[in-house]
Design a protein around this ligand. Structure first.
Ligand code: ADP
Length: 361
């Protein structure tokens, strides 16, 4: 199959409301051509609406959309060089796999030999060759998903839009399909815009994650960057399992108003000495890892440690961490602070609490 070239998508100050409900509240976004972009966020944050606006199924209340640099706001879906794959697959139950895949080509009056060439190429790409005569009801969920993808592939569009395509599948199959869709996108070279509420999906599949919240974009970044340097408290808590722990500065013996600190569970070390003293309240054994829940003053901190741990509920522990693993946010705006606000002024306070002592675990 020839590689398709993806196209870029640009949203400019998009507003979308239905009566009093505002689904998108000033979204400006550049989606790179040929890349896998995940629209991620909690239910109701506007992901599907954004996708439907890109597809042309809905029109924005205000703002503009460009595809491949060309203005498409107001044009019909058919004029936008996009293929959509829905969660429900939308397969025709009475048609075979082959007929389902080439349905759109037939409607467009593409001749039989050309249809066959495209069908064969798509079936090979998706491993559907042996299933072409089956009906959708004779397929597993994953195979049905592949047929829906096959239909998008033969349409040879530059942009694939997928809305929660894996949510009907069981966990194992979801994992397999994640890999399959990702590698398909790379082989085809199309622009993939993929809606999901599942951060694991977004982080494992996407080149770029667009994190949304209440109709706005919180952060646009590659998965690693959004994890390492979340720009908002929302991003810090949405990405990562369990989420980043947040606490006030006084837990470190410092009083700084309006600053919220954050630490990822894998960055907390349980040590003999450390600046934070607490008590284990729960141990969740996960095999390779264990999650240790500790109470420190009135805050619960989670620590990820190797599974072979002797800690039990009630153990007294000291917690330590490397200063560079601390994140700091403005408590009011939720925005990330570029620098820890106490690096210089309060270094002595940290020392007083044992903060600078080496990890002696
Ligand atoms: P998500 O995909 O992130 O779950 P949606 O984009 O589906 O969120 O919805 C965003 C908001 O817009 C929600 O409050 C939803 O109820 C509302 N909404 C979506 N579609 C419509 C519609 N056709 N009419 C009215 N409200 C809608």
């Amino acid at each position: 199959m020839t590689s398709l070239s993806g196209k870029s998508v640009a949203l400019r100050d998009i507003q979308k409301s239905w009566g009093k409900t505002t689904a998108l509240d000033g979204v400006t976004l550049d989606i790179e051509a040929g890349k896998f972009t995940a629209l991620l966020g909690p239910s109701g944050c506007g992901k599907s609406t954004a996708l439907r606006l890109i597809s042309g199924l809905e029109a924005p209340t205000s703002g503009g959309i460009k595809i491949g640099g060309e203005e498409v706001t107001g044009t019909a879906p058919a004029a936008r060089d996009i293929a959509m794959v829905f969660q429900s697959y939308a397969l025709f139950p009475h048609l075979s796999v082959a007929e389902n895949i080439i349905f759109g080509l037939r409607v467009r009056g593409i001749n039989r030999s050309e249809r066959d060439v495209k069908l064969t190429a798509a079936a090979d790409l998706l491993g559907l060759r042996a299933l072409l005569d089956r009906k959708p009801s004779q397929l597993s969920g994953g195979q049905q998903q592949r047929v829906a993808l096959g239909r998008a592939i033969v349409a040879e569009k530059s942009i694939f839009l997928m809305d929660e395509p894996l949510s009907n599948l069981d966990a194992k199959l979801r994992g397999e399909m994640r890999e399959e869709i990702r590698s398909l996108q790379q082989r085809l070279g199309v622009t993939m815009i993929y809606v999901t509420h599942d951060q694991v999906e977004a982080v494992t599949m996407a080149d770029c994650v667009v994190l949304m919240n209440h109709g706005r974009v919180e952060q646009v970044a590659p998965p690693r960057q959004i994890y390492d340097a979340p720009q908002t408290l929302f991003a810090a808590k949405f990405i990562g399992t369990p989420p980043m722990m947040t606490f006030a500065t006084n837990m470190l013996g410092i009083e700084i108003e309006n600053v919220t600190l954050g630490l990822r569970p894998e960055c907390v070390k349980i040590t003999q000495v450390g600046p934070i003293r607490g008590e284990v309240t729960h141990v969740e054994y996960l095999g390779a890892d264990a999650m240790i829940e500790c109470r420190v003053q009135d805050t619960i901190l989670m620590c990820r440690v190797p599974g072979k741990t002797d800690l039990t509920s009630g153990s007294a522990v000291s917690l330590n961490f490397a200063p560079e693993d601390l994140h700091a946010f403005d408590s009011t705006t939720g925005r990330r602070l570029k620098h820890l606000p106490f690096e210089i002024e309060a270094a002595s306070a940290l020392q007083a609490t044992g903060f600078t002592q080496a990890d002696q675990s």
